[in-house]
Design a protein around this ligand. Structure first.
Ligand SMILES: NC(=O)c1ccc[n+]([C@@H]2O[C@H](COP(=O)([O-])OP(=O)(O)OC[C@H]3O[C@@H](n4cnc5c(N)ncnc54)[C@H](O)[C@@H]3O)[C@@H](O)[C@H]2O)c1
Ligand SMILES: C[C@@H](O)[C@H](N)C(=O)O
Length: 369
């Protein structure tokens, strides 16, 4: 789980979203949130589960900028900071309580469900029974809910849905998936159940397999890729970083703004463009030693030690380079942030958040690919 800091790097993304055209009018016959193009009249009403983790608050900002503050209901089982409740509707929702979820969907007249609640790879291995409950039983609840109330549903998958027998460089959209973590097993289950519900019941299920997500507005926790977030916190605070992966452990990664934009783009992509319900998306691949080099461009004195732990075994079975050509071909996915651009934003945002920005690394101008 993640802890909110008090900076908001997703503001750039929201600003871009705000500059987009206001929600278009929908034809009388189309159901809210189900129109194939941006011909919709009323904005969809969106419920985000597990919304106080790394991805949820940024997505709420993006969706609120696009569809209106009160049309996005953030939920979690965590007591929120004051700024969360001030930013828009926030409700308690335990993913294991089906009746509570039903009540929220009915009360708020929900159209879209973004299902973020999960235990990530490392914490999942530490508590397998809880991971099974949250990641698998929780998924069953939201799938049934989406079917019952005809919701459009997004469930994120991950590079962790692949395993040691999958091709690792590159890992295609469709290939062997025999993951060896409960996290990976639960995500393959989610992909397959979503595709099954789509075929069997016509459920509008959409899924992206994300790589490691890098962001500065929440503290890292629970994932195998989190070293790539922790390094920035340590670089701007102590100047010392201990890495739990080997220096050569290459993994696919993505900056948060790209992640959230990809999610929004797949949600509004016309059905006719989707040859699949589950797509790989990525932006870059790097190893800890390559990331250290990029961070030292901004913090030259950064001291690094390597102490691989149990997360090394997880990383060794995951993709090194993710092939997202299907997403690029089908619905026009393009990443905007590469390694230097991401490093510059992370360093500047965290220096501002920790109040250590004297002598910061230049402007926040983004160099894009
Ligand atoms: N962050 C990444 O790098 C990454 C990469 C690939 C996929 N994903 C997926 O994206 C989703 C969101 O990831 P994240 O990084 O924000 O995760 P996170 O661990 O930061 O947040 C998960 C949230 O789920 C909530 N939760 C736990 N048990 C719950 C319950 N019983 N009911 C309701 N909520 C509960 C937690 O309180 C937490 O806020 C997850 O499904 C994850 O698998 C994340
Ligand atoms: C990759 C992703 O699913 C998550 N960050 C993890 O490491 O578990």
């Amino acid at each position: 789980m993640s802890v909110a800091l008090h900076s908001s790097p997703c503001a750039r993304l929201c600003a871009r979203a705000l500059s987009m055209p206001v929600q278009q009018r929908r034809t009388m016959s189309s159901r809210r949130g189900f129109a194939d193009s941006q011909q919709e009249q009323e904005p969809p009403r969106i419920l985000i589960t597990g919304g106080l983790g790394q991805l949820g608050t940024g997505l709420a900002k993006l969706m609120r900028a696009r569809y209106g503050r009160d049309n996005v209901i953030l939920s979690d089982i965590i007591k929120p900071e004051r700024e969360i409740v001030e930013a828009g509707p926030y409700v308690f929702a335990d993913i294991l309580d089906f009746k509570n979820l039903q009540e929220i969907v009915v009360t708020y007249r929900i159209d879209w469900l973004v299902h973020f609640s999960a235990l990530l790879s490392a914490v999942g291995e530490d508590n397998v029974p809880l991971a099974i409950r949250v990641n698998i039983e929780g998924l069953h609840n939201v799938m049934e809910l989406a079917k019952q109330y005809k919701l459009k549903i997004f469930v994120p998958s991950t590079i962790g849905a692949f395993g040691p027998t999958s091709p690792r460089n590159p890992t295609p959209n469709l290939t062997i998936q025999r993951p060896e973590t409960i996290y990976g097993v639960s995500k393959v289950h989610a992909e397959l159940l979503g595709e099954y519900y789509h075929k069997k019941f016509g459920l509008d299920f959409r899924c992206l397999r994300f790589p490691g997500v890098i962001s500065s507005d929440t503290a890292p926790g629970g994932g195998t890729t989190d070293y790539a977030v922790q390094i920035f916190h340590d670089a701007v605070t102590t100047g010392k970083f201990s890495c739990y992966l080997r220096p050569d452990s290459r993994l696919p990664m993505m900056y948060i703004d790209d992640t959230l934009r990809a999610l929004w783009e797949i949600m509004v992509a016309p059905e006719s463009q989707l040859r699949s319900r589950t797509y790989n998306v990525t932006a870059m691949s790097f190893s800890p030693e390559e990331l250290v080099r990029a961070v030292r461009e901004h913090v030259p004195q950064l001291e690094v030690t390597y102490r691989p732990d149990s997360r090394q075994q997880i990383a060794d079975a995951w993709p090194q380079v993710f092939d997202d050509s299907c997403a690029r071909e089908d619905w026009g996915w393009r990443h905007r942030y590469d390694l230097p651009a991401m490093c510059k934003l992370m360093i500047n945002d965290l220096k501002a958040a920790y109040g250590t920005d004297a002598g910061s690394s230049g402007s926040t101008g983004e160099s894009r690919t």
